[in-house]
Write a protein of this length. Structure first.
Ligand SMILES: [Zn+2]
Length: 114
């Protein structure tokens, strides 16, 4: 499957190839506030356009780079690494074009305790 998506104003967009079978909701301090639903893909499967127009934010252990649009403030993706060190991109499924979130299984992750 191919997926495309963007922030609200369109300055930052992505194209991804893979199978999005579930979304992760997380109760950590940042996910809780922004209400994102994330799907993790290898970075090699994702092409980002307009990354230079995003601002990134790191906190806590600073291992995840949260990229949000400097113009509209929406977060389309974050960058990090899989446990084995492979670069990964977490897509915000709320930013994927035409994706009906009610058709996707969501799994709650207890990030607040980690
Ligand atoms: Zn934007």
């Amino acid at each position: 499957m191919k997926y495309t998506g963007s922030c609200h104003c369109g300055a930052v967009s992505f194209a991804a190839e893979g199978m999005i079978e579930q979304g992760i909701t997380c109760n950590c301090s940042i996910c809780h506030k922004r209400g994102s639903v994330l799907a993790f893909l290898p970075a090699s499967a994702v092409t980002i356009s307009g990354e230079e127009r995003s601002t990134s934010y790191k906190f806590n252990k600073r291992v995840i780079d949260h990229h949000f649009c400097a113009t509209c403030g929406i977060l389309p993706y974050a960058r990090g690494a899989m446990p084995d060190g492979t670069p990964m991109v977490a897509l915000n499924l709320r930013c994927v074009d035409g994706l009906d979130l009610s058709t996707i299984k969501t799994v709650a992750y207890d990030g607040a305790s980690h």
